[in-house]
Design a protein around this ligand. Structure first.
Ligand SMILES: [Zn+2]
Length: 227
């Protein structure tokens, strides 16, 4: 079975995404990229996370051709491929409709530096990607354009969020951090007062983040940033 380890992680993190309350129902999807083969493993379309088995995970190339699997791949496989084509260091992508990121996306708001924890995304603001219909090449192209500017996260207008990184652990950790930051921002906006950190303050936070906590050999951390 090709990409067996990636398949197992997609099953494991899909369950976590559901039990951590990061996404409702079967919404959202996870992928892992193998630079050796140029293939990505992605969660199947419309199967509940607690029912997904490793055989259900679909292996595709970055042009959308199915290499292995008899299930339909996630409808957002083109969006996931856009990350791997845009950043050669991307190894995993998490896309969810988590509540607070989705609220900001429906308000037409980027994720701002209301808390320094956003430094985990290696940028001081997570951009809002203009609205396009889900599952379309237009959405994937708009995401790729926003990604070229920097940072490891996106808010998709009237849709949800994406996070990526050098491993599934780091992409998933960032998805959790983005959801927490979005919740903080939403509460600040609801209270009518929000103090946004300056670019200089965020640059310092990003430098600190690089040396903070337990760092694995691949530069990732076991969990989301909690410093
Ligand atoms: Zn979606």
């Amino acid at each position: 079975m090709i990409m067996e380890e990636a398949r197992n992680k997609i099953v494991e993190y899909g369950r976590k995404m559901s039990s951590d309350g990061l996404t409702p129902g079967t919404a959202g999807n996870i992928s892992i990229f193998d630079p050796q083969t140029g293939y990505m493993a992605i969660s199947p379309s419309g199967i509940a996370y607690d029912k997904t088995k490793k055989e259900d995970v679909v292996i595709l190339d970055l042009h959308g051709n199915v290499i292995d699997g008899d299930k339909k791949p996630s409808s957002e496989h083109g969006l996931h491929a856009a990350f791997y084509r845009t950043d050669p260091e991307a190894r995993a992508v998490v896309h969810t409709h988590s509540m607070y990121c989705t609220i900001l996306s429906c308000m037409g708001e980027p994720l701002r530096a209301v808390h320094y924890a956003i430094a985990e995304a290696q940028c001081s603001e997570i951009p809002l990607v203009e609205y396009h219909t889900f599952g379309t090449p237009e959405l994937a192209d708009a995401a790729a354009r926003a990604l070229r500017k920097k940072g490891r996260g996106l808010i998709l207008q009237n849709h949800g969020m994406c996070a990526y990184g050098p491993s599934i652990e780091s992409a998933y950790g960032l998805a959790l951090t983005m959801e927490w930051c979005a919740q903080v921002q939403w509460h600040c906006m609801a209270a009518g007062k929000m103090n946004i950190l300056t670019d200089e303050q965020m640059q310092v936070a990003m430098e600190h983040y690089k040396t903070y906590g337990q760092v694995r050999a691949d530069g990732t951390r076991p969990q989301g940033y909690n410093g």
